[in-house]
Design a protein around this ligand. Structure first.
Ligand SMILES: NC(=O)c1ccc[n+]([C@@H]2O[C@H](COP(=O)([O-])OP(=O)(O)OC[C@H]3O[C@@H](n4cnc5c(N)ncnc54)[C@H](O)[C@@H]3O)[C@@H](O)[C@H]2O)c1
Ligand SMILES: [Zn+2]
Ligand SMILES: [Zn+2]
Length: 391
């Protein structure tokens, strides 16, 4: 089959690789109908998460048709149309029983790397390096889905593949940020990053009853899409004093909940950007925490900061003093897709959650390297590139 492979820092190519098959009784194999780029892939492709091997298949957000079913799978049949959570979880360990699916003790078949990095290993993820289990990703004609009864969900008849695709990761991640960030009715919520994840966090905040939701970025086309399709307020940080504006829009208190949907490659117009970039390049810090710092400063006293953006290791100049003295709750997580996908599919069926506008560019998988380039460089109004591995 054809698959999009990582072949070196900033290099990908589409090549022939062996088809996957059932390895464990709880697996299914899917024929991938749509698979989409994610900001997380950029961190991998750019070499910021140094646990990829040349030839690894990328991709973790996808929908497909079940073509093979392991003997212990109960919920899926050949021919079913399903969407799959990007994180792989067993559904029965202690963490899965608390619905902390991305912390699953069994999903990551290669826990040694992250145990030494972080003390404990999170679950596994499709196409997300050997630190996350070394699973082959979804940018391929076929993909093996472990624990299919737990991680794959039938798409309701009224929901198109185009829409359901985003339940796999970005909509679930955004919902988690608003839910675990504790957005309450009447809240003011600020979201850093107008990519798919930030937009979905904003939409979730609105559906959870926030009175004002403000999304911050520097790309006008992303902010315009956010206003039009999500229906919230926006700020361009290159033209606005974000801290002052957020105070103004929250009655002088600061936002109740600040959601960071930017990640380790954050940009900043200030002098800290050069400082962070030099330290990151020299490997003195692994991540550029610009947006996290801004969120901690902007958040109201006693408020909550939720980090959705991916970070790998250590950061410099984290404002611990602001966090402690302002009484903030700071949390982060990889996404617990299994917890949210059924509810998201229901909301999609009711048109409360619309995601098609995120698929700005749809192309055959063979154009994948070009699709990633457009996504990385934010070319031609790109929000996400969607690949069709089987035409
Ligand atoms: N927690 C999870 O499970 C999970 C799941 C999916 C994605 N992610 C992470 O979420 C982040 C966003 O993903 P995405 O797909 O939307 O990425 P994306 O690259 O499409 O969007 C990121 C946006 O952040 C903006 N940005 C950069 N610096 C900024 C700053 N200082 N202030 C405000 N905005 C800034 C960029 O202009 C861009 O529009 C990534 O780090 C990704 O790895 C996490
Ligand atoms: Zn993702
Ligand atoms: Zn588990």
């Amino acid at each position: 089959m054809k698959a999009l492979l990582w072949t070196g820092v900033n290099e990908t190519s589409v090549e022939d690789v062996p088809d996957p098959g059932i390895q464990n009784p709880e697996d299914v194999v899917l024929k991938v109908t749509r698979t989409v780029t994610c900001g997380s892939d950029l961190h991998l492709i750019g070499g910021y998460i140094p646990f990829m091997e040349s030839g690894d298949v990328l991709g973790h957000e996808f929908v497909g048709e079940v073509v093979e079913v392991g003997p212990d799978v109960e919920r899926h049949r050949v021919g079913d149309r399903v969407v799959v959570s990007s994180f792989i979880a067993c559904g029965r360990c202690w963490f899965c029983r608390q619905e902390l699916y991305s912390a699953c003790d069994n999903g990551n078949t290669n826990p040694a790397i992250t145990e030494s990095l972080w003390g404990q290993a999170p679950g596994g993820c499709f196409g997300y390096s050997h630190a996350m289990g070394g699973f082959a990703g979804s940018h391929a004609q076929y993909v093996r889905v472990p624990y299919a009864d737990v991680g794959a969900f039938a798409i309701p008849d009224g929901v198109s593949d185009e829409r359901a695709l985003f339940a796999s990761d970005s909509a679930a991640t955004g919902w988690m940020g608003a839910d675990l960030g504790q957005v309450r009715p009447g809240d003011v919520v600020a979201v850093w990053g107008a990519g798919a994840v930030g937009q979905m966090a904003a939409r979730a905040s609105m559906l959870l009853g926030a009175a004002h939701v403000v999304v911050i970025d520097r790309y006008d086309y992303r902010l315009a899409a956010t206003e039009r399709h999500v229906g919230c307020e926006t700020l361009n940080y290159e033209r606005t004093d974000v801290q002052a504006e957020l105070l103004e829009r929250s009655g002088g208190r600061g936002p109740d909940v600040c959601i960071e949907a930017v990640g380790m490659e954050a940009h900043s117009p200030g002098p800290a950007f050069g400082y962070d970039q030099v330290k990151q390049q020299l490997r003195l810090q692994t991540d550029r925490p610009t947006a996290v710092r801004e969120a901690v400063y902007a958040c109201r006293k006693g408020g909550s900061v939720f980090v959705l953006g991916v970070y790998a290791g250590f950061v410099d100049k984290f404002p611990l003093g602001a966090m402690m003295n302002k009484g903030l709750t700071v949390r982060g997580s990889q996404m617990h897709g299994q917890r949210y996908i059924p509810m998201l599919l229901e909301r999609m069926a009711r048109d409360e959650l619309v995601t098609e506008h995120l698929a700005t560019h749809t192309m055959p998988l063979t154009d994948g390297p070009r699709g990633y380039k457009m996504f990385k460089n934010k070319e031609d109004g790109n929000l996400r590139s969607v690949f069709l591995p089987n035409g």
